[in-house]
Structure formats: C-alpha cells, structure tokens
Design a protein around this ligand. Structure first.
Ligand code: XMP
Length: 548
C-alpha cells in the first residue's frame, strides 16, 4: 500500500500491491537468467499472496532475484546457479490433497534454503519435524519472541512484532535443527540447521508489518548465502546494454516511443547499446496532453540525440474519429490507425529486424511465472502492435519491476518529468471525451483543463502520490451557468484523481478543498467554453479509472 499524505491535506491511498504496465506482444525470446554475472537468489512460488514481494525485497537488499513457479524443475534452477533458494508461502496445508509438493532435491543442491510460512512447513514436514493444524489460526500482527539468535536472527531484539498468515503450525523442527523463536500461536516460528543449510520462518519478512524483515532477509542473503550485495539499477543498465549488443549485433532496430516511462527507458538502453542502429518512431495522434509530444521529441532528439521519426498524425486520427461516439469503436479506430501509421513508418525505415518492447517483469510473471516458456498475453491497446509484424523482440526491461525501471531511467539521465509520468492510456484523450464525438475543439478544451489540473497538482506536491489524475469531458453535455450577468451554456469538466498500486483497484483521492477550488476557478476563468467543474468520487470497483 502506498499510504500517502501530501502537504496541505494529502490524499488517501488504496489498492493491492503489484504493478501494471504495457502488455507485451508476440512470442518472447526465452530469457536466459539475467544474473549470469551477478549473484542471484531464486524465489520459488508456492502460491503465496506475497511471493512477488519477496523477490522485490531481495532485490532491494542488493541481490538479483526472480520468482519461479515451484514446479519449475531442478534443471532450470541448476542452470541459474543461484547462491540460495527461498520457498514462498502458500494457501495450502501440507496435508491437503494436491498441496504443492516440495521436491527433496531442492534441499540437496548444496545451497542454503529459506522456507517462509508454507515453504517452512513443507520443509519441516519433509525432514521429519512436526507440523499440525492448530485450533487457532494466526492472521495479522503477532508477537515474536526470540529464544536463540543463531545466524538468521542475529542482532534482533528478544521481542518484536511480525506478520503471520497461517493455520498449520510447526510444533517441532526437523531433527538436528535448532528452534530459534516462537510467537503467540506458533511454538516454532523460526528454526535453522546451519550444517544442512536449511532455515525456516513462519512469519512474512517481506511485508512492512514485520519491522525486522529486511534485516532477517539480509542475514540470509549476506551471512548465510554469502551473496555480494551489489545489485542495483546501474548494474542492470550495464548488463542489459551488454546483452542488447549480443542479441542485435549490427542489425537495425526500431522502437515505438509513447512518452511513457517504459518505452522511454527501453529506448535509451538500446540507444546506449547500439547507437544509431536504433530509430525511434513517435506517433503523435493528437490525443496527447498539452506539451507532451514536444517533451518527448526534445528529450530524445535534441538531448539524447536518438534518431527519431516524429509523425504528426493528428489530422488522420481526427478524420478517422469523425462521427464515432461509441467507446469501443473509438478505441478500435485509434488502435487501427496507430498500427497503420507505425507500419508505414517502419516500412520507410527499410530493413529493421528488431522491435524494442517495454515489457516489464510483472507482465512476465502475470503471464506464466517467468520461466520464459509462458504464452504472453497479446496487447489489445493502442501503442501495442499486432504480433504478425516480422520483428524479433528486444525486451531490455523484462526482468525489472516498475520502480526499478524508474531507477534505471534516472541512472540514464531521463528527465524527471518522463521518469515519473503517470500512466496514460494509449488512446489518450480520445477515451476521455465521453458521450459524443472527438473533435479538435473538444480536444483543446480537455487539454487545457487537464493542463490546469496537472499544474495545480504538481505545485501542491501531490503528482507522484497519485496513480493518475486527469479530466473527462462529457462531449455532448452542456449545462447552464451565469457569468458576467449573462446566461451561459457551457461544457462540464470532470476531475478524476485516484490512488492505486496497480490499477486493479483504486480509490478516489482526497484532494485538498483549496486545491479543488483553485482548479475549478482556473478552469472556468481560463477556458471560455467551460462553466462547470465536478469531482468524481467513485472508487474501483465499482467504477473503473477511466470513464470509457
Ligand atoms: P480502467 O479504466 O480499466 O483502467 O480502470 C485501468 C488502467 O488502464 C488504463 N487504460 C488503458 N490503457 N489503453 C491503454 O493503453 C486503453 O484503452 C486503456 N483503458 C484504460 C487506465 O488509464 C488505467 O491506468
């Protein structure tokens, strides 16, 4: 959760953890482990709610980590040669039919293994300890009492809180191992067997409600696994640049730049790797926010000197949208036109063999667990290209979470405005003029209103706390107003601002009243056609973030 409090009132956040990003297209190249030259710890996913978070925390500690399905196969793990293994939690009981089994070979790889929650129970069960269903489950905050510090809990206070989520409980650790801690309902909440290299904790070190969680993970990674804790955004950039050179050789590469952080960072990495073998194509469909097209062009062409074809296709898109009022028809029209323009430009560039795609690690996980063997969802959005384009994909962000992409962007010198840009839908303002046709006049009104909103939100210091903030223009709707003693009949602007972690769920942002007042009065004063401003206070669900 991103519980956020801004200056001057702040905003309240809601939503689940995770991340969203542009979905990839086409068949992915099977990724070799990115960590070829850096220490890696593999997290095996037994279905836990927080599994992805474990990999993120390990990375935050400075060790590269990927989440793989628990059934990935011992050969794949050997191939990666990790320095350690973490077995995640999961919803099953070790006694349930069909509970994910622990492959005993995992414990014989000669590397340390840390079991968390279900991962711990599965190890204990397999190694002859005692796991039983407790009369009382332990869900939420619990009190941990450290009895022996051992290696794993070194330097921890004797008492601390931790986060638990389990019904089965460990009553006796495997023979030969040492019970380290207990909790309110768990006689054995942590154990270790240093000689065999097995470690277990019943609680979740990856969640913020376990205040010493990161310290425990660090003990495991540094002292137990002996990892070099040097992984960071800079090392990612170097590694990816090397890999792009290997993949592309002296081939020609094309990249569709949208102005979003993913395609921007992907393009910059590829440009660092192969210079002018890369050409970026930026299709300005006339549905962008104010000044956005210029920002992209000035950053890439003028500042980074990346070969860039900027296509001003506003007229084409407007012509295509004339008379279209139904939301899905708008999306389809914009999508189809986008592909046509991109294909024309790519054809003009001649013999490009490779296409850069800003696929993120969360897309990879969502679509099958990161083994590289999964079918990737096809992209239905504008900015996505059909999978029959004959390009080999270059996907330099495939192993990164969104926050890491931003760090790489900063590392590469991408302007802050682009690094922190809020998500923006591919069809742009085209899906924010609702209940009516998209026309040039309406786009201009919406762009001006949006500009006022963004300016006020930025100057209140709230921009980064919001998942998205934007305006909607109900196209055919006019309402009566009175301005300068005259009756007006003008447009209504809807202000929408939401907090979210992944766009799956969202809450309406509690923007400060004085900010809202400034926004409304500026919009009405500065935009002649607008005489009313309203605020959308719907969360998702039941609403969606966009109106169409
Ligand atoms: P909803 O409106 O479904 O949106 O809550 C969730 C997230 O997806 C974005 N969105 C789109 N992005 N093409 C896109 O590229 C689209 O057609 C589209 N529709 C919604 C939306 O802005 C939010 O971040």
């Amino acid at each position: 959760m991103t519980g956020a409090a801004g200056s001057g009132g702040g905003v309240v956040a809601a939503g689940a953890t995770g991340s969203a990003g542009a979905e990839p297209i086409g068949a992915p190249a099977v990724p070799a482990p990115v960590a070829a030259r850096q220490d890696e710890v593999v997290v095996l996913d037994y279905g836990g709610q927080y599994s992805q978070l474990i990999a993120r925390r390990v990375r935050e500690c400075g060790v590269f980590s990927e989440l793989l399905p628990h059934h990935v196969g011992i050969e794949e793990i050997r191939r990666r040669a990790p320095k350690g293994l973490i077995l995640s939690g999961g919803p099953a009981s070790v006694y349930a039919d069909g509970a994910p089994a622990l492959d005993p070979e995992l414990l014989e790889l000669g590397i340390p293994v840390l079991g968390i929650c279900y991962g711990m129970q599965a190890m204990v069960h397999r190694l002859g300890g005692r796991v039983e269903s407790a009369a009382v489950g332990e869900f939420g905050r619990s009190q941990l009492t450290v009895r022996e510090h051992g290696t794993l809990l070194a330097d921890l206070p004797a008492e601390q809180s931790c986060w638990m989520s389990h019904r089965d409980t460990v009553y006796a650790p495997p023979p030969g191992s040492v019970a380290l801690a207990s909790s309110t309902e768990s006689p054995v909440a942590a154990f270790e067997d240093v000689e065999r290299g097995i470690y277990g904790i019943q609680f979740h070190p990856e969640v913020v409600h376990t205040p010493y969680g990161t310290q425990i993970l660090t003990r495991f990674l540094e002292d137990v696994c002996g990892c070099d804790m040097a992984w960071n955004a800079a090392s990612v950039a170097e590694e990816q640049i090397r890999r792009i050179r290997e993949q592309v050789g002296d081939g020609k590469v094309v990249c569709g730049l949208s102005g979003g952080v993913d395609s921007s960072v992907a393009a910059l990495l590829v440009h660092r790797a192969i210079g002018d073998q890369l050409t970026c194509v930026f299709v300005d469909h006339g549905l962008m926010r104010k000044g956005e097209g210029e920002q992209v062009i000035s950053a890439f062409r003028d500042h980074f000197k990346v070969p860039l074809v900027a296509v001003d296709a506003e007229e084409r898109f407007l012509a295509r949208l004339a008379g279209v009022t139904e939301p899905e028809a708008k999306r389809k029209a914009i999508g189809a036109e986008f592909i046509r323009v991109f294909e024309e430009e790519a054809a003009r560039l001649g013999d490009a063999d490779y296409l850069v795609q800003g696929t993120l690690y969360s897309d990879v996980i969502e679509s099958g667990g990161g083994t590289g063997a999964a079918t990737i969802k096809s992209h239905h959005n504008v900015g996505g290209l059909p999978d029959d384009l004959e390009f080999e994909l270059v996907e330099p962000l495939r192993s990164l979470f969104k926050d890491e992409v931003r760090k790489v962007g900063i590392e590469l010198g991408l302007p802050e405005r682009l690094v922190w840009r809020q998500p923006f839908p591919g069809p742009g303002l085209g899906i924010r003029i609702v209940g009516g046709e998209v026309t040039k006049e309406r786009l201009e009104i919406l762009r001006d209103a949006d500009f006022v909103l963004q300016e006020e939100i930025r100057s209140a210091g709230l921009y980064r706390e919001l998942w998205q903030s934007f305006c909607v223009l109900p196209g055919d709707l006019r309402t009566v107003g009175v301005q300068g003693d005259e009756r007006t009949y003008g447009y209504v602007v809807v202000v929408r601002a939401v907090t979210s972690d992944d766009a799956m769920t969202a809450d309406w942002a509690r923007l400060p009243y004085d900010l809202l007042e400034r926004v409304a009065s500026r919009m009405i004063n500065e935009i002649r056609q607008v005489n009313r401003v309203v605020l959308d206070i719907t969360s998702k669900p039941p609403g969606t973030i966009e109106w169409e």
